[in-house]
Write a protein that binds this ligand. Structure first.
Ligand code: FAD
Length: 464
């Protein structure tokens, strides 16, 4: 319990105005973008907003000495409940860690604080012709610390990979308040365990990331966007498969099924052919327009072999933006289709993508629940959204069985529970199925050694 005496210590550590304990402040830090929080149960006892690594270390020492839970928090855009303070205690906000510290152009790396927003880092580097590729759709508000804790992906993952492919080093405050530095600017580094990658995807359960060192690459000189429409979902999947096999690796290849595409078309008041069963948005990039034309022609030719109904190659930056706006508008358009939406994030081997969609269709029919499916088809990461009305007892009684079956099918085709959103609270019940008892025990052993009192983000990833 966070007593008045402990609050006094926290205020001495970070300053009076950065320790918040009013009802409204605690409510504000009780949820994330999964909306699984129960606000009156999941409030922190106190919100602490440090600005330096030393302040984080001091907070962790106080928490560790008193056995108080600490839930690190970026901007709470997480989709699986990761920053919900399940055990009360301290909500540790990192948003004052907002400085980009060093852009090392020679080594093509950047040091930044953990609370920097993803898009701000991207823009800062882009101004110097350097490219930080991970682009979660939430990048206008997500933080680097949250991206690292969830190993965030994005639309460009098919060509450029996800967050972990760019993390070179970290500054981390451990549960006991010790400060460690992992990795560094040396490209080759086998000095000890790869702790950097251990913290990536650890969902705030092993340490508080305060600073990050990220690798950059040269910014592609030109980009363009294509929109491909199909009357059969399989044709869309086969086109993506053949495109990758042919050596055309697009920066992004996003697929929307009929339900998703119609939702976004309604939302954006677009007039679309009702026969369209799948829409694919492809981004290509390269050194010059000749290289772009070559890729676009190749994609058009491959899509033609798979009965593409319509190919649109953007003729201007604005047209590219218009096509991307359709993809970016998906999440909210689907959300508006029903009172409740359970958005999942399974990842399957790329060749299992069409089979997985078929399996989801069968589950949808079995439970008589609408499931919209879209995703990063280029890397096998799907986002099925189960739409329902939880006020309807019939829906409430079956929706979790429906979701469990989606996870079962993902595992059955060799896939996994999460491609980019993590486990958090929402996928805990399925972890043993995915990793096995021994796999979960190995995770717990690591957790125990770094956080013996279990104070860092308790109740996440598995049942404590
Ligand atoms: C509309 C929308 C679209 C999205 N699109 C994508 C997408 O395309 N790809 C994708 O991968 N995700 C996506 N997400 C999910 C989410 O944005 C990412 O998981 C993001 O990385 C979370 O960042 P955050 O700063 O909001 O972290 P939070 O939600 O605040 O926290 C997430 C987790 O990280 C931990 N954490 C946060 N900061 C730190 C730190 N400094 N040290 C240690 N642990 C920390 C928290 O404890 C929690 O477990 C989307 C979310 C929304 C709402």
């Amino acid at each position: 319990m966070v007593t008045e005496e402990i609050k006094k210590q926290l205020r001495a550590a970070v300053g009076n105005e950065y320790v918040l304990d009013s009802e409204i402040d605690r409510f504000g830090y009780s949820y994330d973008s999964s909306f699984v929080s129960i606000a009156d149960k999941n409030q922190p006892e106190v919100v602490v907003r440090p600005a330096t690594t030393e302040e984080v270390a001091a907070v962790m020492k106080i928490a560790n000495a008193n056995g108080i839970a600490v839930t690190p928090r970026g901007t709470s855009s997480g989709r699986t409940g990761g920053s919900i303070p399940l055990a009360g205690g301290i909500a540790l906000s990192l948003t004052r860690f907002d400085k980009i510290l060093e852009l090392d152009e020679k080594n093509m790396m950047v040091w930044a604080e953990a609370g920097v927003r993803t898009i701000d880092l991207y823009n800062h580097c882009a101004a110097k012709g350097l490219f930080y590729p991970p682009d979660p759709a939430s990048w206008k508000y997500s933080t680097l610390g949250g991206n690292i804790a969830e190993n965030a992906g994005g639309m460009r993952a098919v060509k450029y990979g996800v967050t972990n492919n760019y993390v070179m080093g970290l500054e981390v405050v451990l549960a006991n308040g010790d400060i460690i530095h992992t990795g560094g600017k040396a490209l080759k580094n086998v000095t000890g365990y790869n702790l950097t990658q251990l913290f990536v995807g650890s969902e705030g359960t092993l340490g508080v990331v305060t600073k990050v060192l990220l690798r950059l690459i040269p910014m592609p000189k030109v980009r363009n966007t294509l929109q491909l429409m199909f009357t059969e979902l399989n044709d869309a999947c086969d086109t993506i498969h053949d495109m990758l096999q042919s050596g055309v690796i697009p920066a992004a290849a996003e697929l929307m099924d009929k339900i998703s595409f119609q939702a976004v078309a309604r939302h954006r008041k677009l007039d679309i052919d009702p026969a369209i069963a799948a829409c694919v948005v492809v981004e290509i990039d390269g050194p010059d327009t000749a290289a772009l034309d070559e890729q676009a022609n190749k994609i058009k030719e491959i899509a033609g072999r798979h009965a593409v109904k319509e190919v649109r190659i953007a003729g201007s930056f604005q047209e590219s933006e218009d096509i991307w706006a359709i993809r970016r508008g998906l999440s909210s358009a689907i959300g508006a289709m029903a009172p409740n939406r359970f958005g999942e994030d399974i990842s399957v081997p790329r060749d299992a993508f069409p089979d997985m969609i078929r399996r989801i269709r069968k589950i949808s029919e079995k439970y008589n629940l609408t499931i919209a499916v879209y995703g990063h088809a280029g890397d096998g990461n799907l986002h099925p959204s189960v739409l329902c009305d939880m006020a309807n007892p019939e829906h409430a009684g079956k929706v979790h069985h429906c979701i469990a079956e989606i996870f079962d099918e993902a595992l059955a085709v060799g896939g996994t529970l999460s491609g980019e959103h993590g486990i958090g609270i929402t996928k805990k019940p399925y972890l043993v199925k995915a990793l096995g008892e021994a796999g979960v025990a190995a995770h717990k052993a690591i957790k125990l050694s770094l956080d013996p009192k279990g104070i860092l983000n308790p109740g996440k990833i598995w049942e404590n």
